[in-house]
Design a protein around this ligand. Structure first.
Ligand code: COA
Length: 259
């Protein structure tokens, strides 16, 4: 277990922080001493999430922003620094996805997912850079991707290309910004059972059992498995880790390769 001061003194901005994996990460960060800014498209949702964190004794703020809009992302970064005095951790978690055969995917459908996932991540990194450089703990960027961005993702070409792009961007920035003491890593979750995405894409479609069998461990992960990885990478425990893609997928990727 992490100690309660693992992230003491740090300020974190989490995109898509109002629900799912983003909220789980924000809640874990707050419990371990960080101040958190939750950013999302749905104002009510991010405000309610921040209030819940505050109600249990954490420090949290919320702001409505669409990661497709650079000015809104920049405003969220500035509000974090204004509210908490620094920005030490950026979690690029906001994502959009839908299943669609590529031949039927409209250019605007493609563009929409690339804008949210890949461009949104670039906007976050770019807007946060000057503040992360000033972090007294060393800045940390964590982007949530998936190994389906490496293997290819039939019926989700837009998300596959975007996630693969984020991996490449992260490795590039790890080297470019290493000298500024900014660490840049990605996390690749496998199927996380208690998320809207897995509910919608697998369980409601009757593929729940099949998708669990695809993992080496034979079961879905939990949101807290991803939050634990995000705590490790953001904290001093991961101080010498950069350019890494931490795969937290119950061995799904390895089982796929070994088959
Ligand atoms: N199949 C095919 N095309 C689709 C689609 C689907 N299921 N959903 C959206 N699109 C297309 C739209 O048709 C539109 O293209 P068009 O103008 O050529 O018709 C384009 O994508 C933009 O759609 P729109 O609904 O205007 O975008 P949005 O910004 O409101 O929504 C999405 C963003 C597309 C990512 C939407 O799926 C969404 O909000 N999903 C919920 C959040 C989510 O995906 N979370 C990730 C969990 S893993």
């Amino acid at each position: 277990m992490f100690t309660n001061d693992t992230l003491e003194g740090r300020a974190a901005l989490i995109t898509g922080g109002g629900s799912g994996i983003g909220l789980e990460i924000a809640t874990a960060y707050a419990r371990l001493g960080a101040s958190v800014m939750l950013v999302g498209r749905n104002e009510e949702r991010v405000q309610a999430a921040a209030s819940a964190i505050v109600a249990e004794g954490g420090r949290a703020l919320a702001l409505k922003a669409d990661v497709r809009n650079y000015d809104e992302v920049k405003a969220a970064v500035d509000a974090t620094v204004e509210g908490f005095g620094s920005l030490d951790i950026l979690v690029n978690n906001a994502a959009g996805n839908f299943v669609c055969p590529t031949a039927d995917l409209s250019p605007r459908g493609w563009q929409t997912v690339i804008d949210i996932d890949l461009n949104g991540t670039f906007y976050g990194c770019h807007a946060a850079y000057s503040h992360l450089k000033e972090s007294r703990y060393g800045g940390s960027i964590i982007s949530i991707i998936t190994m389906l961005g490496v293997s290819g993702w039939p019926q989700a070409a837009h998300a596959a290309a975007a996630k693969g792009g984020i991996l490449s961007l992260s490795r590039t920035l790890a080297v470019e910004w290493g000298g500024d003491n900014i660490r840049v890593n990605t996390i690749s979750p496998g199927p996380i059972g208690d998320t809207e995405g897995v509910q919608r894409m697998y369980i409601e479609g009757g593929r729940g059992e099949l998708e669990q069998k695809k993992t080496a461990l034979g079961r879905f992960g939990k949101k807290e498995d991803i939050a634990n990885a995000a705590v490790y990478l953001a904290s001093s425990l991961g101080a010498y880790v950069t350019g890494e893609n931490l795969i937290v997928d119950g061995g799904r990727w390895l089982k796929y390769v070994a088959a």
